[in-house]
Design a protein around this ligand. Structure first.
Ligand SMILES: Nc1ncnc2c1ncn2[C@@H]1O[C@H](COP(=O)(O)OP(=O)(O)O)[C@@H](O)[C@H]1O
Ligand code: SF4
Ligand SMILES: [Mg+2]
Length: 348
């Protein structure tokens, strides 16, 4: 992996659950993020995938310093940014920008596109002097594939895909080093999703960006990600390079998610094994002991109840160099090819 730009260690966000109005008493906690570790290499794209409610947006907000972690550290270029305040905090917020999920609600309907994209310059006037802003904004519109003459239009005059381009232009305004994109295409039509992903892909090399790309579906992040982490109930349960996760998953949860990914090729679809998970995702206020996936895992055994599996190369693969030897938090990790790779036929 390239030199790390972001190193996340033991990241935790617990929201207190309180009862009472005058005398608030803490009765528990929503363990939204419960011990997340990963590294992002410079120029790399890390996909983070998991079902709704597993803590993806909370991780995103902490990376962008919009929420303070309960515990853990986030090192940006070697410096822990979780305890910064004042000027230093302001500076790092410039370097790590977020692109939000919903282009319909994240843009202020009463502001022109020019004001929306140029708003970050109000907070960081050092990036673009007042007289230069209009030109900068028009440049950004051009970069994201919109007509620079649209600068005085309002959000409702654009389609969903165009609005997400506006959101991306705004994210680029301060020339960040990292963009955290929180489900940037989930609200868009399937036909538009690929265009926005291709745009992000192009901008990455043009602006020398590193990406954390969040999605709830493994198929969306596949082609843009160098590595992918799979989240379940506040933790990453498996992480590896793109082919390791898609073609050699070893964690039962990843295997189940992959078995639900749409497969366009009817022949491959026929040979795919569907794994249907039973039961609901447990509440983040009441996380199961041992392996947090055990209440839905078809392989669970006694050991899974008592022992928390570490996110590491499982014992069975230790010392091996193949694609199955990547981090997977499972006591009984086994390689299982769920989706046949493109071009592969049966019997190969
Ligand atoms: N401010 C908050 N207060 C209490 N609980 C929260 C708060 N924000 C998020 N949560 C809870 O934390 C969990 C993770 O939420 P989130 O990070 O938004 O998940 P995701 O983005 O994966 O859907 C959910 O159970 C959610 O209800
Ligand atoms: S540790 Fe046990 S419960 Fe958890 S994923 Fe592995 S087999 Fe399933
Ligand atoms: Mg979310």
């Amino acid at each position: 992996m390239a030199e790390p730009i972001l190193e996340v260690t033991g990241l935790v966000k617990h929201y207190p659950l309180t009862r009472g109005i005058l005398f608030k008493k803490q009765i528990g906690a929503v363990k939204a993020v419960d011990g997340v570790d990963f590294t992002l290499g410079k120029g790399e794209t890390l996909g983070i995938v998991g079902e709704s409610g597993c803590g993806k947006s909370t991780v995103a907000k902490m990376l962008c310093s919009l929420e303070r972690p309960t515990a853990g550290s986030i090192r940006f270029k070697g410096e822990d940014i979780t305890k910064l305040s004042g000027r230093a905090l302001k500076a790092v917020r410039r370097d790590i920008q977020m692109v939000f999920q919903d282009p319909y609600t994240s843009l202020n309907p009463r502001m022109t596109v020019g004001d929306i994209i140029g708003e970050p310059y109000d907070i960081h006037p050092e990036v673009a002097p007042k007289g230069d802003r209009r030109r900068r904004v028009q440049e950004l519109l051009d970069v994201v594939g919109l007509n620079p003459e649209y600068v005085n239009r309002y959000p409702h005059q654009f389609s969903g895909g165009q609005r997400q381009r506006i959101g991306i232009a705004r994210g680029l305004a301060l020339r960040p080093a990292i963009i955290v994109a929180d489900e940037p295409v989930s609200a868009l039509d399937v036909s538009v999703q690929a265009q926005v992903i291709n745009l992000l892909d192009r901008l990455q090399s043009e602006f020398d960006l590193s990406y954390v790309f969040i999605a709830h579906d493994l198929s969306i992040v596949r082609h843009i990600s160098d590595r992918v982490g799979v989240m379940y109930l506040g933790r990453i349960v498996e992480i590896g390079r793109e082919p390791e996760i898609y073609d050699h998953p070893t964690h039962p949860y990843t295997q189940a998610l992959l078995s639900a990914v749409p497969v366009p090729d009817p022949e491959a679809r026929e040979h795919r094994e569907r794994i249907i998970l039973t039961g609901d995702v447990p509440s983040p206020t009441n996380i199961p002991s041992g392996c947090r996936f055990r209440t839905r895992c078809w392989k669970a055994q006694e050991r899974c109840v008592v022992e928390v599996p570490a996110l590491a190369v499982p014992d069975v693969f230790r010392g091996m160099s193949g694609p199955a030897a990547h981090d997977s938090a499972c006591h009984f990790a086994e390689e299982k090819q769920v989706v046949r790779a493109e071009g592969e036929t049966q019997g190969e």
